[in-house]
Design a protein around this ligand. Structure first.
Ligand SMILES: NC(=O)c1ccc[n+]([C@@H]2O[C@H](COP(=O)([O-])OP(=O)(O)OC[C@H]3O[C@@H](n4cnc5c(N)ncnc54)[C@H](OP(=O)(O)O)[C@@H]3O)[C@@H](O)[C@H]2O)c1
Length: 272
């Protein structure tokens, strides 16, 4: 898919939280091998070194892999964000990061606009390819635009059948921002046992995960999905030939009782 800045971003990406150390490196190597071309990491995950190692070890040309990382809360502010982004690049061992996100807005600290200005400058300098945010609410997006004149191309937010971020996605449509769903399967095993999803999956000879991921794409979202298991990694990527009926897509959205967020509330969550 094309982002608002014309960069091409794969719609299905590989999530690396909470993988660490050798397990992270092996999982990313396997994910790239089965066909993923986007890898999602963050300073907070403590695995940028291993992710970078796996990316560099593939025989793939660098420009075929889209690497995403994120700025921690404690690095908000202009100078701190600049330093932190350079350290991310160094840990990854890459020439640049394809997409760098402000991980959480931390509105109580009031420093995300300054961090955003740093990301704009680093993009101009070629250190970052595209720049975006994560877990931002509409008012945070509006504030970025009002105070910097620039909008993020991506907002990576929690989204799964048990939690659809309707107001945020409405803002994205208004502002031309691409939604990326984190925890697209809702992280836990519960979604896979949901009888209505099982039924749809069985009808198509697919897995519940494939049905849910396909539903995200149909809603216009990109996804970052994590699996440490090579077979599940591969199956989660093989969703492009799966086509549900309009009714089935609607059923997926209504299949799970809304349970609310599994992650933090962006208004109050202090990710440092
Ligand atoms: N921006 C943010 O604030 C933020 C927050 C949270 C996460 N993220 C990103 O989003 C990525 C994905 O989110 P997530 O890891 O929380 O949740 P998720 O991708 O929805 O679910 C991952 C869980 O589902 C299991 N799973 C994966 N594929 C499966 C399949 N086909 N069948 C059955 N189980 C399957 C995995 O187990 P196995 O490994 O055993 O397969 C793992 O336990 C993260 O890795 C991270 O990169 C971002």
């Amino acid at each position: 898919m094309r982002l608002a800045d014309a960069a091409a971003m794969p719609v299905v990406g590989f999530g690396t939280y909470p993988l660490r150390g050798a397990e992270a490196e092996a999982a990313v190597a396997s994910a790239l091998d089965v066909g993923y071309r986007l890898v999602d990491t963050a300073t907070r995950y403590g695995n940028e070194i291993e992710v970078g190692r796996a990316v560099r070890a593939t025989g793939l040309p660098r420009d075929e892999i889209f690497v995403v990382s994120k700025l921690r809360g404690r690095d908000h502010g202009y100078e701190a964000a600049r330093r932190a982004a350079y350290l991310s690049v160094e840990r990854l061992g890459l020439d640049r990061i394809d997409l760098y996100l402000i991980h959480w807005p931390l509105p109580m600290r009031g420093a995300y606009v300054e961090a955003w200005r740093a990301l704009i400058d680093l993009r101009e300098e070629g250190v970052l390819g595209s720049i975006g945010v994560s877990n931002f609410l509409p008012e945070h997006l509006d504030r970025l635009r009002a105070e910097s004149g620039e909008l993020p191309v991506v907002n990576q937010v929690e989204a799964h059948p048990g939690f659809v971020p309707g107001l945020v996605e409405a803002a994205h449509r208004r502002l031309g921002i691409q939604t990326v769903a984190w925890s697209p399967l809702g992280r836990s095993g519960r979604v896979h046992e949901e009888p209505r999803l099982r039924e749809i999956a069985d009808r198509h000879g697919a897995t519940v995960a494939q049905v849910v991921l396909r539903w995200h794409l149909r809603q216009g979202r990109a996804v970052v999905v994590k699996s440490a298991d090579r077979r599940r990694q591969s199956a989660n990527l093989r969703i492009f030939d799966l086509e549900l009926t309009t009714r089935e897509y609607a059923e997926v959205g209504a299949s799970v009782d809304p349970r609310g967020r599994i992650g933090g509330d962006p208004e109050t969550f202090e990710e440092l």
